[in-house]
Design a protein around this ligand. Structure first.
Ligand code: ZN
Length: 465
């Protein structure tokens, strides 16, 4: 049995791991590298394995850094079966189509830039990583649906069980049980683990022991989150203070989970009189709007309180002043609101999307607030603003950063250091492979796993299990 690593190795994006066992080749996730536009080369590089040789792809969740290279995998010859939960399957469809659209746009942008600089058309650089058609084609490979806690016979001698990872809607840790002759092995892939106690989802489930090998994410292996109660209070205070100053609150927001969580929190704030009833809230992201609709279809993935609301026909995201703005023209019209609005838009790391327009209109205004509620990778616009840049470049224009910048980390969809340690401690794996973390964070985390056999695989590394 062999385990090899093809993405998110000493980095937080591009998750892709390959397990070879019982005569099958099983990929776990096939994510996109994200962070800066220079990553096109990493994304278009060879996978490190033959796409056509993969029998199964187990998808832990629908974030782009876990599913974003699936259309490329199919384009390069993958004809196997993708297994995921029902919610992940629906969300991944939206995410991959959106990504294909962005890839096409970026390719056009690169072609224009090349033409401007060199006076002639570019050959390779203008090719999109994949097209909308590739994304649609790849949907054909979604096969069986996984249900939390129910083992599924993937192939003779291989059983997989998806357990609720509590990270985003439909997210899972995957437990692979393999029988080869008289040998039995259990390998667990954590996927991304959630932060327990958040309002919409349940806490991550710990798969059964004993575990021979664990592939563990370490995104926040170096920090402890603020509890959710004070986090929500801090958010309400920022909204109140900003409205009092006469400004807007701009929230760069991931379309999956974070946007729904913020809507839910705003709704609760209005319900309990903490926030103004007629506050204007804009969900300015077609993908987040679709994700919100998909959310309502999956009470089986929700925390009990939210599942009950959904089953009773109550919309957990309803606000009197809420506007879903799908069209670009509606999005532009938001700029007419100079005060009293909460604007949620993507991308969360501000690397593209409508958020850049809202930053252009609000970032230079002292009375406005920009509230970061999620992870910001190095090299992204979000990270530059968080790190205190005095001005940033948006659409070829230098914009002064005069708005109040807040980072509210307690909303994190990722387990913090202590939660990761606890989850690892309960699983007690014989070997641990750390992935999905920045290298210094991973080293610090590894030093806390005293007595455990820990590896930090390099890209392309492989291990006999
Ligand atoms: Zn994730």
């Amino acid at each position: 049995m062999k385990l090899s690593f093809h993405g998110a190795d000493r980095g937080v994006t591009g998750s892709c791991h390959l397990l070879e066992c019982a005569g099958r080749r099983i990929l776990v996730d096939c994510g996109l590298y994200q962070g800066s536009s220079e990553l096109h080369e990493d994304n278009s590089a060879a996978f490190g394995f033959e796409a056509s040789s993969i029998d199964h792809l187990l998808l832990t969740h629908a974030h782009l850094d876990h599913c974003g290279r699936i259309p490329l995998l199919a384009r390069r010859g993958f004809r196997g079966e993708i297994v995921a939960t029902a919610a992940t399957r629906e969300l991944a469809r939206v995410v991959m189509l959106d990504s294909a659209h962005l890839q096409e746009e970026e390719a056009r942008y690169r072609a224009r830039r090349h033409q401007r600089r060199h006076g002639r058309a570019a050959a390779v650089a203008s090719e999109p990583l994949y097209t909308t058609l590739d994304a649609l084609d790849s949907l054909a490979y979604f096969g069986r649906t996984a249900t939390y806690g129910e083992p599924l016979e993937l192939a003779p001698g291989i059983r997989v069980t998806f357990e609720d990872a509590g990270h985003i809607l439909g997210s899972a840790s995957v437990c692979v049980d393999v029988e080869e002759g008289s040998e039995r092995r259990r390998i667990v892939f954590s996927g991304d683990l959630g932060n327990a106690g958040r309002p919409l989802l349940r806490a991550p489930v710990v798969p059964p022991s004993p575990v021979d090998a664990l592939v563990l994410e370490t995104t926040y292996g170096d920090r402890v989150h603020r509890p959710i109660g004070p986090t929500i209070e801090e958010f309400y205070q920022v909204v109140e203070q900003t409205f009092r100053r006469g400004g807007n609150v701009v929230v760069p927001s991931f379309a999956l989970e974070r946007a729904q969580e913020i809507l839910f929190v705003l709704r609760e704030g209005v319900e309990n009189g903490r926030l103004p009833r007629l506050m204007q809230v804009f969900l300015d992201s077609p993908m987040a709007i679709s994700a919100t609709e998909i959310f309502a279809r999956h009470p089986e993935c929700c925390a009990p309180q939210v599942a009950q609301m959904l089953q009773a026909g109550i919309d957990p995201f309803h606000l009197p002043g809420l506007h879903y703005t799908r069209d670009a023209s509606e999005s532009e019209a938001i700029n007419r609101f100079s005060s009293g609005a909460v604007i949620l838009a993507g991308a969360g790391m501000c690397s593209g999307g409508r958020i850049r327009h809202h930053l252009r209109h609000n970032l230079w205004r002292e009375d406005c607030s920009i509230v970061f509620v999620g992870f910001a990778a190095r090299g992204t616009l979000a990270r530059r603003i968080i790190d205190g840049a005095e001005s940033v470049r948006i659409f070829d224009e230098d914009i002064r950063v005069r708005a109040q910048v807040h980072t509210i980390n307690g909303f994190s969809a990722h387990a913090d250091r202590d939660e990761l340690l606890q989850w690892h401690g309960r699983l007690k794996p014989r070997r641990t492979f750390l992935v999905h973390g920045e290298e210094d964070v991973m080293r610090g985390f590894a030093s806390r796993l005293a007595g455990a056999q820990v590896e930090m695989p390099e890209l392309g590394a492989s291990y006999a299990i």
